[in-house]
Design a protein around this ligand. Structure first.
Ligand code: MF3
Ligand code: CO
Ligand code: CO
Length: 271
């Protein structure tokens, strides 16, 4: 028992939020998702990722919100943009997108103190079939992970749902990065692993807020960090994809805070 119901923590240090807190997360999540919807027409061959980041940062400012990534551990940009074999934390640069490039754009905003963190895959021009398959499997894996979310299930159930699906398609789940608790903070307990065994790990409880953000590779799961200290790439240079939602555990399942307002959650709908 805890005498301060507004500050309930599990023994694993996972915060249990109040019903009223869902509205704050919904607002932050909706902004992050709308920004990704609105960046779609700008993702074209010849575009630089620096320009995409500039547009995103402007949209955050126009909404009266704050970017969570600018100044975070020395990071200087309003988004991470990860192209092809970049797994995550790609730094916006003057590099131009080429026809057929697939890219993940990850945006985290703060609205009234609440964090909304989401990422999706985009394509510049036309996506080839191998890339399309990877993107589809990665999105399906995220949604299957979310389907495993309800009070009484465990974090291991989420990881197991994702891993078994991905490996069933002979792709691999990245182990070096994970999802995370969030809320009034960016990164909080627990580490949300995208692999694991059913029935293991902390038990899910109503009021937990966290991200699920599986990274899936066409080749092997190993990654390495480039000399810029941020960019994570696949060691075997194989193509990588990622989708991320921020969610809250409800009485009987999950609320997704970062659903696309325009239903444009997948590059197939990015035209
Ligand atoms: N948004 C990323 C996540 O999903 C974190 C980016 S941190 C940054 O947790 F500094 F690289 F932007
Ligand atoms: Co995240
Ligand atoms: Co993110």
């Amino acid at each position: 028992m805890n005498e301060h119901p507004r500050h309930r923590l599990t023994s694993e240090g996972i915060r249990l939020h109040e019903p009223a807190d869902f509205a704050g997360m919904h607002k932050a999540g909706a902004l992050a998702a709308r920004i990704l919807d609105e960046i779609i027409p700008h993702v074209v061959p010849g575009q630089t990722t620096e320009e995409l980041d500039r547009i995103i940062t402007q949209m955050v400012e126009d909404a009266g919100a704050t970017s969570a990534t600018i100044g975070y551990k020395g990071y200087k940009h309003g988004s991470c943009i990860s192209i092809n074999h970049v797994v995550c934390h790609g730094i916006p640069s003057q590099k131009k997108l080429k026809d057929g490039d697939i890219l993940n754009i990850d945006v985290t905003v703060i609205v009234d103190g609440w964090f909304g963190d989401t990422s999706r895959m985009f394509v510049a021009g036309k996506m080839n079939r191998k890339a399309e398959r990877l993107v589809q499997v990665t999105h399906d894996a995220l949604m299957l992970g979310i389907e495993a979310v309800k009070p009484g299930n465990t974090f291991g159930d989420i990881g197991h749902a994702i891993q078994s699906y991905v490996e069933g398609h002979r792709m691999s789940v990245v182990r070096d990065f994970c999802g995370h608790g969030l809320g009034r903070v960016f990164h909080a307990p627990p580490n949300v692993l995208h692999y694991g065994r059913a029935g293991t790990g902390p038990v899910l409880e109503e009021g937990m807020f966290f991200t699920i953000e599986p990274m899936v590779n066409l080749g092997r799961p190993e990654t390495k960090i480039l000399a810029d200290d941020w960019t994570a790439v696949t060691r075997d240079k194989s193509l990588s994809a990622q989708f991320e939602h921020s969610i809250g555990v409800t009485a009987d399942g999950a609320e997704i805070f970062t659903l696309s307002p325009g239903g444009r959650f997948h590059p197939t709908f990015s035209v």
